[in-house]
Design a protein around this ligand. Structure first.
Ligand code: FPP
Length: 246
């Protein structure tokens, strides 16, 4: 039986989030510049998106650029922004053909104007697609997101449009950049690093974590299926005991 056939389609996560890591190391191993790794990472983005949509996963979130990534050498940041623009431009038609909606989370205002513009256009062009949402985390960090939420909540309390005693998990979630997106049941990180790196800290409170040594440019559909099979073998207890789940 193929890996794909081993996946139980009735127990799929509705949201998978991925920390795509290892592009730089992959490039350096080939004796190439880091951007070569990012360019090859686009192949893995395309294949993983296709695999997720084919299976029927509803949300796929990819950590494409963190708040901290702004501190990389300017040449790498500029090349990554250009790659993003070119990839979004090149893939919008394919997203539409496959009924996939493009969303973005993060401090989008901080992106270069042309990148933000390209992103807005692609999101508008795919807004009515319903098969799957592909969520790009861009200029994103969980601490930025949490502080931004607290600031906006404080402003609303001060204005009198929000009662401080009414702030619960649901109200708080509505102030996050992920508003309307269910929490991921599964978080995958490539490249052998076992860290969360400031990604979706609120939303992954109960996510299953899956780590693989594969570097992102090497990540294939088969690797994605392997992560899903591993996820499906786990028991998600949410603080309960096994017997309560039966
Ligand atoms: C992490 O590898 C990867 C990134 C910071 C960028 C990911 C971007 C892409 C795959 C290209 C475009 C993506 C989309 C969604 C269009 P790293 O550079 O941190 O690798 P290292 O840990 O080996 O240095």
């Amino acid at each position: 039986m193929s890996l794909k056939e081993q996946i139980n389609l009735s127990r799929l996560p509705q949201h998978v989030a991925i920390i795509m890591d290892g592009n730089g190391r992959w490039a350096q191993r080939q004796g190439e510049q880091r951007i070569f790794g990012h360019q090859h990472g686009v192949r893995a983005v395309r294949d993983t998106t296709e695999a997720a949509a084919e299976l029927g996963i509803k949300f796929l979130t990819l950590y494409a650029f963190s708040t901290e990534n702004w501190n990389r050498p300017k040449a790498e940041v500029d090349a990554l922004m250009e790659l993003l623009i070119q990839t979004i431009l090149a893939e919008t038609a394919t997203l539409n053909k496959n009924n996939i909606r493009l969303l973005a989370i993060g401090d989008l205002e901080s992106l270069p104007g042309n990148c933000h513009q390209q992103l807005r256009e692609a999101m508008a062009a795919t807004a009515s697609n319903t098969r799957m949402s592909l969520v790009l985390a861009l200029s994103y960090s969980a601490k930025w997101e949490l502080l931004d939420a607290v600031q906006r909540i404080s402003q609303d309390v001060k204005k009198g449009t929000l009662d401080a005693s009414a702030i619960n998990e649901e109200v708080f979630s509505n102030y996050l950049t992920t508003v309307g997106i269910p929490d991921p049941e599964l978080l995958i990180r490539t490249s052998g690093e076992h860290r969360i790196s400031n990604f979706l800290l609120w939303q992954i409170a109960y996510s299953e974590l899956y780590f693989t040594d594969k570097l992102w440019p090497e990540f294939t559909k088969e690797d994605f299926y392997t992560a899903l099979i591993d996820y499906q073998q786990r028991e998600r207890r949410f603080g309960l005991v096994s017997e309560q789940l039966k």
